[in-house]
Ligand binder design. Structure first.
Ligand SMILES: Nc1ncnc2c1ncn2[C@@H]1O[C@H](COP(=O)(O)OP(=O)(O)OP(=O)(O)O)[C@@H](O)[C@H]1O
Length: 216
């Protein structure tokens, strides 16, 4: 199981599709556009933050269970990042610390269950790929993609939220040790718009897969 990670607009969903096709495996997605809670959360994070986390937790567990069939299956976002996002929300008073603590306990409890389940042939990810983009790139992508509820023009407080999120991602990736990991420079390598860049990214990932002897 290969899991992608990275901030909003890093290109995880596109990379999941390209990579699964390249590897001849399956991609598993978090569906953003039909998420009924996301627009409500952006409108009122205090009210909907905890519900949103539970929604994502459920979806990510579903993805993990589905993707466990092959070491080369790709999930478009790791479950580990949700805690980073929710803790940030709690630290910015967009959720309470109690909610963050309950969520964290639930996540760990569920992950233990995933690890100990007799059906789980693949327990932890074989590889985490982190697409690192700068704050500037993130803002440009959010604007270009145009999901209304994510726009800083409509809610200027999102600027600080996004900036702090970018900062925390860097620290999060540095301390991540649940599996082998690979960092892709998403500022330099625009694998969505440029085929040569995509080839470079495939090459980096292929080398890592070979080095780790990951097989389907
Ligand atoms: N745990 C979470 N807590 C709060 N918001 C979240 C969480 N996970 C995702 N989101 C929100 O969901 C939306 C989708 O985020 P995500 O980064 O998963 O996909 P994306 O923006 O389509 O990324 P990419 O372009 O890399 O595919 C964003 O608005 C993000 O802020």
């Amino acid at each position: 199981m290969i899991v992608l990670s990275g901030t909003i607009g890093a290109g995880k969903t596109s990379l999941a599709t390209f990579l699964a096709e390249h590897l001849g495996s399956e991609a598993y997605y978090e569906s953003v556009d039909d998420n009924p809670i996301l627009p409500l959360f952006y409108e009122n994070p205090q009210k909907y933050g905890f519900l949103l986390q539970n929604y994502f937790l459920n979806k990510r567990l579903e993805n993990i269970k589905d993707a466990q069939g092959s070491h080369l299956n790709v999930i478009d976002r790791s479950i580990f990042e949700d805690q980073l996002l929710f803790q940030l929300n709690a630290d910015l008073d967009r959720a309470t610390q109690t909610e963050a603590a309950i969520y964290s306990d639930l996540l760990h409890n569920m992950m233990e269950q995933v690890n100990y389940s007799a059906n789980a042939t693949i327990k932890t990810p074989d590889l985490l790929i982190y697409v690192n983009v700068s704050f500037d790139t993130m803002l440009k992508r959010i604007k270009k993609r145009g999901r209304s509820y994510e726009q800083v023009d409509q809610d200027p407080s999102l600027y600080d939220y996004y900036q702090e999120l970018t900062r925390r991602y860097v620290a999060w990736f540095d301390q991540y040790d649940a599996s082998p990991k690979l960092k892709i420079d998403g500022d330099q390598l625009d694998f969505v718009e440029n085929e040569e860049d995509l080839a470079v990214v495939f090459n980096l990932i292929d080398q890592k897969i070979k080095e780790l002897r990951i097989e389907g």
